[in-house]
Design a protein around this ligand. Structure first.
Ligand SMILES: NC(=O)c1ccc[n+]([C@@H]2O[C@H](COP(=O)([O-])OP(=O)(O)OC[C@H]3O[C@@H](n4cnc5c(N)ncnc54)[C@H](O)[C@@H]3O)[C@@H](O)[C@H]2O)c1
Length: 256
């Protein structure tokens, strides 16, 4: 039997075919999960097209900064999934471009709020709304983070602060939701060529450097993050929660 037969997954953060969220959707669907994609308004065209590639996939529009849109998206998921949700994927991040170009010391109050709101608070806002749909049978929540939360990656700036807040939120959510058998984890992915990553200057050269230095002597691909997500959201990871798992060809262990 497929690993996720009968499981229902709501995925936030698909923008196009390069999105990590899309790779995760494909990995989960390949093991039998039913998928719903929540998209940001401006991505509608691409997401509706992608959704046709996985049978029985539905879509819902949601700006994660808007509480009423989050309420509506989870209400729609509850309707489509008959009041149950097994898997929540949070693959969303944003910082205003100027915050990733200017010196970190020049981070603005408004830029800080926006980055932390969209990239970190949104996980808490989603968890609150997913809990009622998950708590009867347990479930899985998974988010995407980056190593810049712990080590300085020049130009990642306020997004690194947001990732640190996101990782801390994973631990607090894992603690609170554990009694309902709801697991909460994060994947810390190596650099991948996506819309969000292209907003960080120096990204391409860093990806090249990582491919040479990482123990596996190569970069990673979106599908490898998708398969790690399948593991973390599936039965084989049933005792894992509050974990930040690196999927980066081992790059994070290197000191030089
Ligand atoms: N690409 C990488 O190298 C890399 C590495 C580690 C972690 N990540 C993380 O993976 C996640 C997915 O990013 P990606 O690389 O697939 O890029 P992406 O651009 O494909 O995905 C980012 C998504 O965030 C969504 N988003 C932004 N603001 C939103 C809002 N207000 N409301 C709703 N959705 C909003 C965008 O629509 C988009 O779908 C992000 O958290 C990112 O930080 C990426």
């Amino acid at each position: 039997m497929p690993l996720l037969e009968g499981k229902k997954a709501l995925i936030f953060g698909v923008a196009n075919h390069r999105s990590i969220g899309w790779a995760i959707a494909q990995s989960l669907a390949a093991e039998g999960a039913q998928i719903m994609l929540a998209y940001q308004d401006r991505m509608e065209k691409y997401v509706r097209e992608l959704a046709t590639k996985i049978p029985n996939t539905s879509v819902v529009q949601c700006d994660v900064q808007q509480d009423d849109q989050l309420d509506a998206a989870f209400a729609e998921a509850g309707k489509i999934f008959n009041g149950e949700l097994d898997i929540l994927i949070h693959s969303v991040a944003y910082a205003p471009p100027s915050e990733l170009e200017n010196p970190f010391t020049d981070t603005t109050r408004a830029g800080f709020h926006t980055a932390l709101d969209i990239s970190a608070y949104s996980l808490i806002a989603m968890a609150k709304r997913a809990k009622p749909l998950m708590q009867a049978k347990g479930g899985n929540m998974l988010t995407l983070t980056y190593m810049a939360s712990e080590r300085v990656m020049p130009k990642y700036n306020v997004m690194a602060v947001a990732k640190a807040a996101l990782e801390c939120s994973v631990r607090y959510l894992a603690f609170e939701l554990g009694e309902y058998n709801i697991r909460v984890n994060a994947i810390s992915a190596g650099p991948l060529n996506t819309l969000a990553a292209r907003g960080v200057s120096g990204f391409t050269s860093f990806r090249e450097q990582m491919g040479q230095v990482a123990p596996l002597r190569r970069n990673i691909e979106q599908s490898e993050v998708g398969d790690a997500a399948l593991f973390l959201c599936g039965p084989h990871a049933r005792a894992i929660t509050g974990e930040i798992m690196f999927v980066d060809a081992g790059y994070n262990i290197m000191g030089a």
